[in-house]
Structures are given as C-alpha cells and as structure tokens.
Design a binder for this molecule. Sequence first.
Ligand code: PAF
Length: 284
Amino acid sequence: VKVVTTVAELRSHTLPWRAREGVTAFVPTMGNLHPGHLKLVRHARAIAERVVVSIFVNPLQFGQNEDYSTYPVTRERDLSLLADEDADLLFMPVVSEIYTGMPGHTTRVVPPRELSSILEGKFRPGHFEGVATIVAKLFNMLQPEVAIFGEKDFQQLVIIRRMVSDLNMPIVIEAVETVREADGLAMSSRNSYLSTAERGIAPQLYQTLLDVRDLLLRAGHTTAAIEQAAMEQLREAGFGPDYVSVRRCRDLGKPNGDDADRVVLAAASLGGTRLIDNVKVSNT
Ligand code: PAF
C-alpha cells in the first residue's frame, strides 16, 4: 500500500484514477485498525476499482476531557493489515496538513441540531461538528465516488448521510454491519482500554440491546419503560449508562408505536472507558 501524507500527493495519485479508472471508494479511519475497519476496506475492494483509506486522529472531534492525546496509534500494524487487504493508497496526514491554522479556528460544518445534540451529541458536545468538518474536508481532498462507514457509529452514519444530501456532495455513502467479538462485544479501538474484569462485563451492553429489541418486538410495554429497565440492567451489571434510546433509523426521531424502522442505541461507561453500540429492531 502506497502511503501519502500531503493533500498534493493524495491528489496527484487520485486525479488520474478519476479520469481513467472508474470508481474510487474511500474508508476514513482514525487508525488502530481492527476487523471492523477491515470489513469496510474489504467492502470497498469489492465495489470499487481503487481503494483509499485515511488514518487521521482528528482533534476537532474530541472533547477537552476525552482521549485525544492517548488515542491508540499502531501505524506499522495498520500498514501491514491494509497491505493484506490490497488497499491502493493510505492517506496519513499530520494535523498541520489538515488544519493549516489552529484546529479550533477552522471553518466548520455544523450538522442540524436535531441530529447532533441528541444521544452522543448530548454527552459529547461539538463531537459531530468535528466529525462532519473532517469528513467534508477529506471528501473535498479526495473526491471519492463512494465512502464506507460502519453501523457501529450509527448516529455518525445518519449525520454524514444528511450532510452529503444537504450539501449536494456527489458521493454515495455505504454502511457496513458492526463486527463483533465471539461474545458479542462490538469491535472498537477503545476496547483496548478495558481491564480484564471490565472486558468480562462489556458484552452485557450488546445483550441488553438484544433484550430491548426482543421486548419491543413482543410489545406490551411502553418504549420509555423498556428504556428505563435497560438502564437499570446496565447499572446492575456495573456500567454507568448514559442512555438507552429507541429511535427511527432514518432520522433518529422518536418512533411512533411499532414503527418498522427502529434502532436501539446505547452508551455506557465501564470504569474510564465509554462504549457505544446499537441493534436494529427490524433486523431479526
Ligand atoms: O469513525 C471514525 O473513525 C471517525 O469519526 C472518522 C469518520 C474517521 C472521522 O474522523
């Protein structure tokens, strides 16, 4: 896999492809690649002539007390994994290449509040503005035909689809299902922060979401009661839950009754590690 670090180099490789070689698919990441990322790259490889991956830990999407400075960096390993997946190009810029001034003083893409101030946005103010801004910038730098995102970050996916539609970006957004460990824990770079004891408890987040899904499908309870019971279930397991919430998949609005298009989303901390996950209700 060829590695480039500047926007000029990125364009010098990809512009000729656009003229001659068909579809370029893009997989943006923050590195510390795991099987969830590799599934995105494999999907890109299956649908496009050229596959570009980026690794950039974006300071703009981290809050002040979050893990920007300790976010795991595993560059050599990432490179060898991407070579195994036959990616064509890896864009790995430094912060000053992306934010030519101070990151905090850049022009920003502001997603609509009804999508960005709820769920993750309520607990991570400014996070989705940081995500939308970097993704828009990367899209402008590369101008891919297709970009691939994981369903694990479900709210991020909805917000990016909305940005692409609202800003008329000629890019198809494709979603790939969450990859899980054998015990159900959604793969995430942050799982490496968990202690052995916390790792033993962590799969109960997914189990709780499956329980919520089953209860919703059997109905008989109100959604609010089911959400509250799930929060309690997480507390009893040792989590500090931020939310368990049933939403419409397409716009994250509150669903009406047994709306067919539903997803249960949750975020909960285990010690110092914050985990998120989601399960679609119609996906049984
Ligand atoms: O999902 C992520 O890893 C990041 O939010 C993304 C999309 C690469 C933007 O920094």
